[in-house]
Design a binder for this molecule. Structure first.
Ligand code: HEC
Ligand code: HEC
Length: 203
């Protein structure tokens, strides 16, 4: 069995879930990823909305962002024990098809529960304004091109991603936009940003 197939099997076991697929979004481009898509969705959620801790939702991410991240995982520019081996064997046409596929899925809804820490959200909102996060991520944080959608992403994952940038574990694109954006912030600042963004609301 190829290493990729082994990873796929293990991943599906880890996820412990079988996923119902629908190929309503662009049947032609989806067909190239059809064999491997169930594996992706086993972790990233049946509709691209994740319910697993520290696994990001992909639904509604800009096409370009998804493609770049898969290229970064493949080239080990972005390090992940999980995504590295998976991306290693992806071909360019598959990466393109994943970009198109996830961009078309409707993004996650904000959490239904009331904000359990409005003070933390207010701090996050203020930080997002001072650090001009919207200048790249868009006024509603929906992302564009290489910049991620960060509105209503999982809070635990946002906190992890921001911490990775702060600690230099993740570098991002050539201009190092994100390490600059979080430079000098504290762990509590990052928690506040994650809390605020994870319950941003519909665009
Ligand atoms: C075993 C679980 C698992 C499987 C299977 C999996 N992923 Fe992931 N994926 C993750 C985790 C965890 C991360 C976050 C990695 C990190 O930041 O350390 C991630 C990150 C990503 C990202 C970056 C998203 C972002 O917001 O930064 C993309 C794109 C992605 N995965 C696509 C895929 C695709 C396409 C497949 C199928 C070919 C796939 N994943 C299969 C767990 C998984
Ligand atoms: C100069 C442009 C720029 C600014 C300003 C900026 N970002 Fe980013 N951000 C990016 C880009 C580009 C990426 C994709 C990084 C990569 O390629 O790994 C990104 C990625 C992210 C991610 C990871 C998303 C994911 O799904 O993996 C988070 C979280 C994030 N930004 C939050 C913020 C916050 C919060 C601020 C303000 C404090 C901010 N960004 C300011 C350009 C920017």
């Amino acid at each position: 069995m190829s290493p990729l197939l082994r990873i796929i099997q293990t991943s599906v076991l880890i996820a412990g879930a079988l996923v119902n697929l629908s190929f309503s979004a662009g049947a032609a481009e989806s067909s190239v990823i059809e064999p491997i898509l169930p594996t992706c969705l086993a972790c990233h959620g049946a509709n691209g909305v994740s319910s697993m801790p520290n696994v990001p939702s992909l639904a509604g991410q800009p096409d370009g962002f998804v493609q770049w991240q898969l290229v970064y995982f493949r080239s080990k520019n972005r390090k992940s024990d999980i995504m590295g081996p998976i991306a290693a064997s992806l071909k360019d046409p598959e990466i393109r098809a994943f970009g198109a596929y996830f961009a078309k899925l409707p993004p996650a809804d904000p959490p239904r529960e009331a904000d359990d820490d409005p003070g933390l959200s207010a701090r996050g909102k203020k930080l997002a304004e001072t650090r001009r996060c919207t200048s790249c991520h868009g006024d509603m944080f929906t992302g564009a091109q290489a910049a991620a959608r960060i509105a209503d992403q999982r809070e635990d994952y946002l906190n992890k991603a921001l911490t990775d940038f702060l600690e230099g574990l993740r570098v991002g694109g050539g201009v190092a936009a994100m390490p600059d954006a979080v430079f000098g912030l504290s762990a509590d600042d990052l928690r506040a940003l994650a809390h605020y963004l994870s319950r941003f609301g519909p665009p």
